[in-house]
Design a protein around this ligand. Structure first.
Ligand code: SAM
Length: 230
């Protein structure tokens, strides 16, 4: 399995920032403990990235969030914290055990009425959401199987409103974007999606590199453009 390689000083700096600036609340910290107790992989976003998601939700005024990749609900809770009173969040997860742990964490965080976990392969869920003719999403966070990143970006454009924000996680992957042999399973999907981000007529995007407890990685931030591209 592919391993991230965080340097000790990156982890120490992240811990300092987390304590000095980010201030994760008890519920998000408990979500991490519950995931570890359940034997789930520690592949949630870092605390500073979770807080960034919350702030982006608030700064963009998002009311309807779509998340692809729930795990134990860590990023879900961070984003849910940024929602207004009438806000909603749909999160997609295909493993029942992950969904079960996530639901307990989300409910304990007081977000049970705002969050809906949709169990099943995300591509099926996204097609079902389109069938349901819901109001378009304002904010979309993509963090699931990297092989499908390009398909998730296409779905984000279909299900998001013009002006909506799209965040795509894991864009450097320890340098696998430069050397796909580092991770032949995930790198091709990550690279394909980055190329799509740069070329998609309905997306205007940038990518930020990061280091920390999750190693050398990054995330993309995009805005969905209107049909006429203005
Ligand atoms: C990286 S983790 C998500 C982490 C979460 N966003 C966080 O930061 O707390 C990816 C999750 O996506 C789920 N997943 C992977 N492929 C999926 C698919 N095709 N459909 C739905 N969920 C999927 C995995 O089971 C896992 O729980």
């Amino acid at each position: 399995m592919f391993e991230h390689k965080p340097r000790p000083e990156w982890i120490a700096a992240e811990e300092f920032l987390s304590t000095a600036v980010v201030h994760p609340d008890e519920a998000v910290q408990q979500a991490i403990h519950a995931a570890a107790e359940a034997g789930m992989p520690a592949i949630e976003v870092a605390p500073n990235a979770g807080k960034l998601l919350k702030l982006l939700v608030q700064l963009s005024g998002a009311r309807r969030i779509l998340e692809i990749g729930t795990l134990a609900g860590y990023s879900t809770i961070w984003m849910g914290r940024g929602l207004p009173r009438n806000g909603t969040l749909v999160t997609c997860e295909y493993l029942p055990q992950h969904a079960e742990v996530a639901w307990a964490n989300i409910d304990a965080a007081g977000l049970g009425e705002k969050v809906e976990i949709r169990l099943g392969p995300a591509l099926d869920t996204l097609a079902a959401l389109e069938e349901e003719e819901r109001e378009p999403f304002d904010f979309i966070f993509i963090d699931a199987d990297k092989q499908n990143n390009s398909r998730y970006l296409d779905w984000a454009v279909r299900l998001g409103r013009p002006g909506a924000a799209v965040v795509l996680d894991n864009t450097i992957w320890e340098g696998a974007v430069l050397d796909p042999d580092i991770d032949p399973v995930n790198a091709p999907g990550i690279i394909e999606a980055l190329k799509l981000l740069g070329a998609h007529p309905r997306l205007d995007a940038t990518v930020i590199q990061t280091v920390g407890s999750k190693g050398w990685d990054g995330f993309a931030l995009a805005r969905i453009l209107p049909q006429n591209n203005k």
